[in-house]
Design a protein. Sequence first.
Length: 320
Amino acid sequence: MGAETSKQRLPPHCMRTVEKTGNSEASLLSTSSSLSPTYLNEIWFSDRNFVSIGDSAYILPYDDVEYGRQNTSHFLMKTAKRNRNTDAPMDQVLDNGGEILDIGCSSGVWCLDMASEYSDAHITGVDIFPVFPNDVRPKNTSFVEADAVKGMPFDDESFALVHVRFMGSSLRVNDWPKLLDECFRVCKKGGYIEVVESDIEAWKCGPLYTDFMAQCAKVLRARDLDPLIVRKLEMLLKRSGFQHVENIPVSLPLGPWGGKLGIVSRENVEAVFQTSTSLMAVALGITPEQYVLDLKQATAELDKHKGYHNYHTFIACKDP
């Protein structure tokens, strides 16, 4: 589907052991990066399908392997949230018309799951890359190709719930206020926004994993991505006009110490870094073989230290 050029009308029906995130930006990112954003933007590798549109800073590939990992990530989060797809007050969302927007929907897995769970709602997915399903999908879903930062083809106050998840690997530092302003525009009065992001800093993970994540943070900063955006989301949401911001944290264990959930969670984290082996190795000035070895050694200590990552869901409303 091509990008719309005019405003689009929607159909009428249209485990919580969490350690508080500290202010450790100085320790995590104490060494300023000398990597060049321009240089990184020119590196794309044929072993995985990396795609660049415009000045996209996205660091992960777009292929079936990555879509499968995203689906796994979706159900990991759902399991961690006690089988919930959202922390928003869905009774109020449905009473407010039931129109739901998912920004950065990718393969559409959250949209499809929500559509099955809430048949009275209408879920619209938006992504800059049109990889979402169009031929076979539930009747209470629709998908639109658009760049949410530059403006979406929807009327003001169209949606009772705006959902944004894991955009930290896509949005440059200055794009976050633009995105949240656009979310505020399309959110109905009395509606809600839900933003889900991970904290790059793992807890109780050991020295090798800590150092590995610090190196990854340098690469993100070199691409003008903010590895600690989760620490700033409450402020940014309020800046855009949203009120009553609530931060709902959840932890995912990393490794067999956390049972099946921990095993899958660690595999998912490893897959994120493995997908970008070539890109990350060049950016860090090491061979792909050394990068893979560093990753293997770093993740091997997670079970010993009982490491885990925190994920944060921010719920806020647009006052009537």
